[in-house]
Design a protein around this ligand. Structure first.
Ligand code: ITT
Length: 198
């Protein structure tokens, strides 16, 4: 198999995953399927939403595909925003408003441990497989950096003093939640015993 369909409407995710998979697969998106509808994300868990997105497209197109769902889990907030990460400050999904609300809710606490969690759900030859990637770190007291996307300006991964938005994208992709989950997906695919000639 040389093609993979990535079920996402987030161009930043596509850009990162393309860099991580390098030349191993051709990454196709929803546009390549001429699909522009909104996919429901109504599960109350991160794996549940990843499975829901992959299942939706698999049911519709009967093609191998994968989707991912990502959440930021903050200890002081008992794991919030978690599954609500994208719409933490409201349905407008505004990254700045999400970060401001998170900083506000942390109330300057010194307990700032957090983790990003990505779950990839892959449909391959009608079977579902899931892969998880986690990066641990802390929430900064203020935003720094212009790279990355989403909550990157306030997330400092363990072992670094810079936010994901300040770190080189190669470093982010190597240690990130998404990088780890995608590398598990790639390892699985490279060991997969194909039954069809795709
Ligand atoms: P799809 O569901 O179409 O893939 P989405 O942007 O809606 O795209 P999610 O439902 O997984 O994605 O929501 C993820 C939220 O987490 C969203 O607010 C992102 O900005 C944020 N996020 C995801 N990955 C991130 C990363 O690597 N760095 C910072 N924030 C991230």
């Amino acid at each position: 198999m040389s093609e993979l369909i990535f079920v996402t409407s987030n161009p930043h995710k596509v850009e990162e995953v393309k860099k991580i998979i390098a030349n191993q697969y051709v990454l196709k998106g929803l546009k390549d399927l001429n699909f522009s509808e909104e996919i429901p994300e109504t599960s109350n868990t991160i794996p549940g939403n990843a499975v829901q997105k992959a299942t939706f497209i698999h049911d519709r197109f009967r093609q191998n595909c994968f989707a991912e769902d990502t959440g930021l889990e903050v200890d002081f907030l008992n794991g919030a925003p978690g599954v609500d990460t994208a719409m933490y400050a409201g349905p407008q999904r505004n990254a700045n408003e999400n970060m401001e609300l998170l900083l506000h809710n942390l109330k300057n606490s010194d307990r700032r441990e957090a983790q990003f969690r990505t779950v990839i759900a892959l449909y391959l030859e009608n079977q579902l497989h899931c892969f998880e990637g986690i990066v641990k770190g802390k929430i900064a007291k203020k935003k720094t950096g212009n790279g990355g996307f989403g909550y990157d300006p306030i997330f400092i991964p363990n072992g670094y003093n810079l936010s994901f938005a300040e770190l080189d994208s190669e470093i982010k992709n190597k240690i990130s939640h998404r990088g780890r989950a995608v590398n598990k997906l790639l390892a699985f695919l490279s060991n997969y015993n194909w039954t069809k000639n795709n």
